[in-house]
Design a protein around this ligand. Structure first.
Ligand code: ATP
Length: 226
């Protein structure tokens, strides 16, 4: 079934992520914590948040995404770079039966995004104030922000265009994200959420994650079993 959902190019993106996960020690970096809190804060305060799901995201985490979306009442939109109606439907089937909308009609164009992903749903991404996306290239967050939307991304590579062009970047493996984000959503009040967002600095978080990688590599390269 997942053969209909992922494409070979997606596996390459996946491999790139695995490499960064390795550099992070295959665990959630504590430096990502402020991004988790800020992402939860922004989702709490947003009027029309949407989770954009592509093939990789669906293959790796559709159950987590579905549980999260349902619990917090956040709609999902299927948005694909390598588009076919069959793929959209195969991915949408993974989200069947949810109480939140799963948008699959791509009836409007956003001019600031190239590629097939510029076709989005007028009820979903087009009218969203906040879009959460994952395992994406940098085109989409950049284009969405130029339209005035806030973007939360999940990306293991702190150097990617996506990481650099999002309002909030969670540098962690998608498979670890949603349980942590759920805990943060439960923990934060709306008042705290405003305060958290006012103080959040995405560049500082990305810098801290890069320093973690640097320090880890320094330590490992001094390792000498003799
Ligand atoms: P950009 O255009 O943003 O510079 P890119 O050209 O690398 O990035 P893609 O190949 O589409 O764009 O990358 C997908 C991104 O998803 C990569 O940055 C990769 O590190 C990340 N990624 C892959 N697997 C995972 C995962 N399991 N969890 C989180 N991020 C992942």
């Amino acid at each position: 079934m997942l053969g209909d959902v992922v494409v070979p190019q997606g596996l390459i993106a996946h491999g790139r992520g695995e490499c960064f996960d390795y550099l992070l020690g295959e665990e959630t970096p504590e430096e990502a914590q402020p991004a988790y809190r800020a992402a939860a804060a922004l989702l709490k305060l947003s009027k029309r948040p949407v989770i954009a799901v592509n093939g990789n995201a669906a293959a790796l985490a559709h159950e987590d995404i579905a549980r999260f979306a349902e619990r917090f009442g956040i709609p999902i939109e299927i948005n694909l770079f390598h588009y076919s109606r069959e793929r959209v439907e195969a991915i949408a089937r993974l989200f069947r039966g949810l109480s939140v909308p799963v948008y699959t009609d791509h009836d409007v164009e956003i001019p600031t995004v190239s590629s097939r992903r510029r076709l989005v749903s007028s009820m979903g991404i087009y009218s969203a104030d906040t879009v959460m996306l994952m395992i994406e290239d940098g085109d989409m967050p950049e284009g969405l922000r130029r339209l005035g939307k806030r973007v939360i991304s999940i990306d293991l590579n702190p150097l990617s265009r996506t990481a650099r062009n999002s309002d909030i970047t969670i540098v962690d493996n998608l498979v670890r994200v949603f349980p942590i984000l759920t805990r943060e959503m439960m923990r934060i009040s709306r008042e705290e959420a405003r305060e958290i967002l006012a103080q959040y600095d995405n560049e500082a978080v990305l810098g801290a994650v890069l320093r973690r990688i640097r320090d880890r590599l320094s330590q490992l390269s001094r390792y000498n079993p003799e």
